[in-house]
Design a protein around this ligand. Structure first.
Ligand code: GRF
Length: 202
């Protein structure tokens, strides 16, 4: 299955998806890496790895117009699934509906806890002993779609948001490729779950 990855920055999750895709049995390949920030370090990495990239700054553009262009690029690349990986821009309803059930995101918390930003600081402030990450289907509400997989990560005494984030990131890099592989494999065997997922996603 051909996957498009949307990034805005560092791109370490994109890299994890890419390197996993080079394993012999991986059921997906990265067809395009797109960024709404032309200076995103992840873009340079994708280019060095000979992956097609698309960069377009969103400033001054209407959301719907921007997303229509992005959608065209994804379709031109033959993309079937979209993976958001540190993509820091809200997508239009049209775009979300178009990719419903085929677009996933990784979020650095154990959803439904801590949607949005500063997840690690919030987990530490709350005194949580366990943090983690989630991969979920993207729906209209931010960080709200059905969770497809999670990894728990212990909080250590003395953790700061930065040290916790670094450890959770290791778990993200393990989780994301596995859940994406599961999702694209699932579609090859039609089952009730997929219908359910589509229903929820819309
Ligand atoms: C990750 O922690 C991801 O969970 C969050 O943003 C960060 C992106 O990092 N959505 P990277 O660009 O994948 O390195």
């Amino acid at each position: 299955a051909r996957v498009g990855v949307l990034i805005s920055g560092r791109g370490s999750n994109m890299a994890a998806l890419l390197y996993a895709s080079r394993q012999p049995d991986c059921p997906y390949e990265i067809a395009l890496v797109a960024s709404n920030d032309p200076d995103a370090p992840g873009l340079a990495l994708a280019q060095a790895e000979r992956i097609s990239t698309f960069a377009l700054g969103h400033k001054g553009m209407k959301r719907a117009d921007y997303d229509a262009i992005l959608n065209r690029e994804l379709e031109a690349a033959g993309v079937r699934y979209v993976a958001l990986a540190g993509h820091m821009r809200i997508l239009s309803a049209e775009f979300v509906e178009k990719w419903a059930g085929r677009m996933v995101n990784i979020h650095p918390s154990l959803l439904p806890k801590y949607k949005g930003l500063d997840t690690h600081a919030r987990a530490l402030e709350a005194g949580d002993r366990v943090a983690g990450c989630s991969v979920h289907l993207v729906t209209l509400e931010l960080d709200d779609g059905p969770v497809l997989g999670q990894t728990e990560v212990a909080v250590l005494d003395g953790d700061t948001p930065a040290t916790l984030a670094a450890r959770v990131l290791i778990a993200e890099h393990q989780l994301y490729p596995r859940i994406l592989a599961d999702l694209v494999t699932r579609e090859t065997r039609p089952d009730a779950l997929l219908d359910k997922v589509r229903e929820l996603a819309l």
